[in-house]
Design a protein around this ligand. Structure first.
Ligand code: T46
Length: 132
């Protein structure tokens, strides 16, 4: 059965608040080439709807929460990200959708490559074909 690949980051928390450090090839399992973040997502919005051919990513809700649907072409699972100390590894060739964003959600994503539209598989039929 497919399981979400969570990464639990060490938290440095004291009376001043919390701190999490992200380091390439240490607690992030690749060289970080790009960081982007998604915020201000209106209610009932679903994003994603694609897989990446080669890109690996780690998603972290640095504020708020959102849900992910992950689909490897055989199984679909749903999981929720709600902690700045937890990352979700989004492997290559994994169809993903994001939804149920809280109002305050800031979803930060670390990526192993620069933006490349040619790396996206945006059709579900095309994704299933590529998997099989
Ligand atoms: C992913 C999920 C988790 C850029 O120009 N550069 C970038 O680095 C990114 C990520 C996006 N864009 C442009 C391309 C589109 O015109 O920003 C626009 C929105 O991108 P998209 O519709 O792909 O956004 P999501 O939320 O559906 O998907 C994003 C990432 O694109 C994707 O790689 O895995 O978040």
């Amino acid at each position: 059965m497919m399981e979400p690949k969570y990464i639990h980051f060490k938290e440095f928390a004291d009376g001043r608040g919390g701190l999490v450090a992200l380091e390439q090839n240490q607690n992030i399992p690749f060289e970080i080439k790009r960081v982007y973040y998604i915020y201000g997502t209106p209610e009932n919005t679903r994003r994603g709807f694609h897989a990446h051919k080669d890109l690996e990513q780690v998603a972290i809700c640095v504020k708020g929460a959102c849900s992910f649907l992950l689909d490897d072409g055989r199984e679909k699972i749903e999981c929720r990200l709600d902690s700045p100390a937890t990352g979700l590894l989004i492997d290559r060739m994994l169809w993903h959708e994001m939804y149920d964003f809280t109002d305050d959600c800031v979803l930060m994503v670390l990526a192993s490559g620069l933006y490349d539209e040619a790396d996206y598989i945006r059709g579900y039929g095309q994704f299933l074909k590529a998997i099989n």
